[in-house]
Design a binder for this molecule. Sequence first.
Ligand code: BES
Ligand code: MN
Ligand code: ZN
Length: 510
Amino acid sequence: MQVRIAADAPLEVRAGALVVPVFSDGKLEGVAAALDAALGGVLTDVLASKEISGKLAEMSLIHAKEHPFRRVLLVGLGDRAAFEPLVMARYAGAAVRSLGHRNVGEIAVALPLEARAHAAACASFAAEGAITAHLDTTIYQEKPEKPNVATVVTLLAEGFDAEALTRGVERGIAIGEAVNLARRLALTPGNDMTPAHMAQQAQAVGKATGISVEIHDAAWAKSQGMGSFLSVAQGSAQPPAFIVMTYRGDPSSKELLALVGKGITFDTGGISLKPPERMEEMKYDMCGGAGVIAAMQAIGTLKPKLNVVGIVPATENMPGEAATKPGDIVRASNGMTIEVINTDAEGRLVLADALCYANKLGATKIVDAATLTGACVIALGHAAGAAVSNDDAFITQFLGIAKPTGERYWQMPLYDDYTKQMKSDIADLKNTGGRPAGTLTAAAFLKAFVDKTPWVHLDIAGTAYVDNETAWQAKGPTGTPVRAFVALVETLAGTPMIHANGAATARASV
Ligand code: BES
Ligand code: MN
Ligand code: ZN
């Protein structure tokens, strides 16, 4: 899909459809008002008849075959007072999905006047929303019915700051494509998405962006003392891969952000085997890792001034003949011993060594993302991920940055009580803490490997993939945590495009 910008004569645009916005106050402005006049008040009629009230992503299609734009799609933006740039992603996404289903290939999308004050952020979200609207799930089908995806989306932005629009669209494309990469990796089934394949995908990102990528094997992991990571890999016929992607955006700085993602390419549970019901979803147990690889792609494209390392410990969790057994004790690379009570609590085992490695590389901040616990889905459902931290200032900053991206995270506490639940009778730690607060005992376990580095842990078990589509997004993998990761990097680099309150940043990047 191409995303273009056009600043003039919106009613002359040749397209399969012209998309215009309306807030829930029903007031027509800008392109919508001009169009209404050109069409003899049709939009006013549609609104007066209450066919559409302007609620977010509500839609009404009007045919106008005498005009160069052929059709008009009126799309609701919701409450005017609640407008934020993120609304543009939902607006553009809903339009692209709806018109795709109607076989319209070229569309023009009018930005509302409200967007002028935040041109860059609004253009970014509109591009991201258009690019991520569809998800091609047909790649494995013999005679695929491909979704009709618009080939050209032109943003109509008369009177907007052209430089800001261009910068915004570039960012939106980079994020949208990264989100789609993460989703594509997630959809790939476990027989194809092996640790080696995941590593190849990281290498391809490196090649395309200039990021340096190292793939380490089991022998290397052993030499690093990564007994915790290797204890998960040893039950599988597929060799593990420890993926390290390094982007040096600010070589003179000592600051280093580590993005760490759980890369379990399939989670059977190991010897503590999972029940069969919905086990196929465990191909998605690499979504944290996919998010890291994809975020690194966007970072390598956008080139913010910050050093970032992406770390993905990739392995299957299988009950092979050499598999770790419940009660086995393993040693992580910081020297701590872990009693493996349940081999299905494997994510924390691979993350333990990855977090140690982030520290070894000199990370000054760490964020990890993992489909870590079923308990997180029980606590928050599919509405939000859990965020847990050892540093109040850092998590407050992170939550402020993530919110306007549309990815939801809800902070949960990390009391010492949870650390106590993880004490083993025989080793330094055990890998499960019983049923109470399963998300937080998992986080307390990870904390032991992070030490003092400011760290945020994201449990994305409920948000990495969803069962239901929305008007603006397909069901399936969501691309979480790519958007939050990229926004975090931009902010730490000193060049955020969106503010914590959702508005554009001051003049510099309006
Ligand atoms: N990958 C799972 C967590 C998960 C469950 C993600 C459902 C998405 C949907 C993880 O490895 C796991 O199995 N966790 C166990 C931990 C338990 C054994 C302490 C769980 O949540 O049941
Ligand atoms: Mn598991
Ligand atoms: Zn898992």
